[in-house]
Design a protein. Structure first.
Length: 339
C-alpha cells in the first residue's frame, strides 16, 4: 500500500490533468506486466506495440523508462498544464536542469554507485535526455499515435466528468469515487499496490492524472517540491480494442448477455455511459460513427434507460436508474473481457 496523508491546503488545491508522457510510461508497464498476452482491451494494442519495439530500433531508448525501478521523477516529468501535448512534455524532458537531476537521484541511488543506465544523465546530461526523448517520440509515433485521437476524446470526457464532480461536491467526493484501487479515508489517500510506502503532503497541490494505460501501474510521484501526483485508471480503455491501425488484430469478448438483450451497439453505449459522455466522446471511445451513436442513444432515450442534460455548450448523456440496473445486473462482460 502507498499511503499519502493530505493536509487541508493540499486537498483544496486538487487539480486534474492528462499526460501523454505518462501514457507512454504506463503503456510500457502494461507490456512488462504481461510478457505473453495482455488482457482485453489491451490485447490487440499490445501485440502491435511489441512488434514496434522489436522492429523499430529507434524506439529502444524508451525502454529505459521501465529498466530501473524505482526511478527519479525527472525521467517522466509532471504535466505543467491541464492537457499538454507529447511535444510539450518532451521539450520539458530535454530541458531538465542538471540541479533537478542532482537533487532527485540521491533519493533513489547512491550517487557514487549509480547503475549503468542512469549514469549518463549525470555525465552527459543533454545527450542522455535527447536520446531518451527521441526514443519516446519514435515509440509514441508507431505504438500509440494511431490510437491517440480516440484516447484523447475518452480522456476529455473523463476530465470533464471529474471536473464537474470536483466543482459540485468538492475533493472529498471526488477522491471517494476515483477508482477501486484508490481509497480515500480522510486525510489518507491509499493506492492499493504491493509496495509499502508512506508520504505526507503539507501545503502542496494534489494532481490527479487519468490514464488509459493505468492498469499497468498506479503511479505516485513525490519528487516535485510543490506537487504530489497520483495516476488512476480512466474509463475508455476500450478504444484500444476498437481503434488503431487496420493491421492490428482486434479482440472481441464472447457471449455478452447485455448485447444479447439489447444489441451489441446499445450494450457498448450503456456500458460507456456509466460515466456521462457526449455523442462525440462516445463515438471516439467506442470507435463508432457519430451517426451510429446518435441512433443508439435515441433508442435508449425512448426506452427510458438514458437521459440527456445540457452543460454549457455540451450535451451530456447518462444512465437513468433503469440503465444502471441493466448494466449492474446483467451487463457484466465475460471474465476474458475484463480490463
Amino acid at each position: 500500500m502507498i499511503r499519502i496523508e493530505l493536509d487541508e491546503p493540499t486537498l483544496a488545491r486538487t487539480r486534474i490533468a492528462t499526460s501523454p508522457l505518462w501514457e507512454v510510461l504506463t503503456s510500457l508497464f502494461v507490456l512488462q506486466r504481461h510478457p505473453k498476452e495482455a488482457p482485453w482491451p489491451y490485447t490487440a494494442w499490445a501485440r502491435h506495440a511489441r512488434r514496434v519495439l522489436d522492429e523499430v530500433p529507434a524506439t529502444g531508448p524508451a525502454r529505459l523508462l521501465t529498466v530501473g525501478l524505482p526511478a527519479p521523477d525527472f525521467l517522466s516529468p509532471l504535466p505543467t498544464s491541464a492537457a499538454p501535448t507529447l511535444a510539450d512534455q518532451l521539450a520539458e524532458l530535454r530541458a531538465t536542469p542538471a540541479e533537478v537531476i542532482a537533487e532527485q537521484i540521491p533519493r533513489y541511488y547512491d550517487p557514487d554507485d549509480l547503475p549503468g543506465w542512469l549514469g549518463p544523465f549525470v555525465t552527459d546530461r543533454r545527450a542522455a535526455l535527447d536520446r531518451l526523448a527521441d526514443g519516446i517520440e519514435a515509440y509514441w509515433d508507431a505504438a500509440i499515435a494511431p490510437w491517440w485521437p480516440a484516447m484523447r476524446a475518452a480522456l476529455d470526457e473523463e476530465v470533464l466528468h471529474r471536473a464537474r464532480a470536483l466543482a459540485a461536491h468538492g475533493p472529498d467526493a471526488l477522491l471517494a469515487d476515483l477508482h477501486e484501487r484508490v481509497r480515500w479515508e480522510k486525510p489518507v489517500l491509499t493506492l492499493v499496490k504491493p509496495s509499502e510506502q508512506q508520504f505526507t503532503a503539507v501545503d502542496q497541490r494534489l494532481l490527479l492524472i487519468p490514464l488509459i494505460f493505468s492498469q499497468g501501474a498506479l503511479i505516485c510521484a513525490t519528487d516535485h517540491p510543490e506537487i504530489i501526483a497520483v495516476s488512476y485508471q480512466a474509463r475508455g480503455a476500450v478504444v484500444l480494442a476498437e481503434g488503431g491501425p487496420s493491421s492490428a488484430p482486434r479482440t472481441t469478448p464472447a457471449t455478452d448477455r447485455l448485447a444479447v438483450l439489447v444489441g451489441r451497439g446499445r450494450a457498448q453505449v450503456l456500458r460507456a455511459l456509466t460515466r456521462p459522455a457526449t455523442t462525440a466522446g462516445l463515438a471516439a471511445t467506442l470507435g463508432l460513427a457519430p451517426s451510429t451513436v446518435s441512433e443508439q442513444l435515441s433508442a435508449l432515450l425512448t426506452a427510458g434507460v438514458v437521459h440527456r442534460r445540457r452543460v454549457g455548450r455540451r450535451v451530456l448523456y447518462g444512465l437513468e436508474p433503469a440503465g444502471v440496473a441493466l448494466v449492474q445486473l446483467i451487463g457484466d462482460e465475460p471474465a476474458s473481457a475484463s480490463a
